[in-house]
Write a protein that binds this ligand. Sequence first.
Ligand code: NAI
Length: 283
Amino acid sequence: MAIKKVMVIGAGQMGAGIAQVCAQSGFNVVLNDMNEEALQKGMKNIEKLLTRAVEKERITNTDKTDTLNRLTSSTQLKDARDCDLVIEAVVENMDVKTKVFSELDGFAPKHAILASNTSSLPITEIAAATNRPDQVIGMHFMNPVPVMKLVEIIRGLQTSDETFNAIQTMTNELSKTPVEVKDFPGFVSNRVLMPMINEAIYTVYEGVASPEDIDTVMKLGTNHPMGPLTLADFIGLDTCLYIMEVLHEGFGDSKYRPCPLLRQYVKAGWLGKKTGRGFYQYS
Ligand code: NAI
């Protein structure tokens, strides 16, 4: 199946990045968000990143114009009606995602593949909200999408080989590297990463060291390009908490319990870089 037109739902940090990469790779893209302000912010961010890429001579001005010409915006899910692929990147919450998928199932053409960028939620359960579970798949991009090369491709219980092959091919067309993983909580990336981030938060909570010092230890001591608390701020502390909850519930093992300090920060609205404050402050 040839994928030509893509809708990306959710114009936040992931959705805008996914839309940008798809448009830069020659796909026609509709970026959708139910919140008009978030949609405009996402569109502006894409333009800003493309302008910066032109300034750094990574792309030409014509590339930028062509990319923007392939991109449109929408606040209505019914605009999926002529899309071959829909990639959902809304908040990491099962109720919200299943509602989006069941509505989408009514609007997207029969042949369309419905993908979720979920970091940790079961694809099989998301797929069950539709009448086409064989055409539902996980397409887990990494943050920031234009920079990071990996896409975890998650097969739900009923995902067909045809769907998997189409998404694998498309991922290569985006100049990303696909890795196939099974539908287990946290997949591979977050099952390994999030407990480390949660443990770093526990070390702040227990007063073992300051956030700066914890990040320095991990950068200089274990050769991580970025400390775990800086990374948590970039991912979004709400997303980190959701993922820990999914791991905790999915495996039923207390080693995945979210740190109380993480819960407290999320309750305070300190969600990291996107709200200006997390473990660090951002202007
Ligand atoms: P975000 O909070 O930056 O953006 C979410 C966007 O979805 C918001 O603009 C919101 O208005 C919109 N939205 C919410 N409900 C909607 C609906 N029903 N219809 C249309 N739009 C809706 O979140 P972010 O960080 O972009 O995460 C999105 C997804 O990507 C989550 O599932 C997350 O787990 C996943 N993800 C996040 C990564 C990260 O580093 N932040 C990395 C990889 C995956």
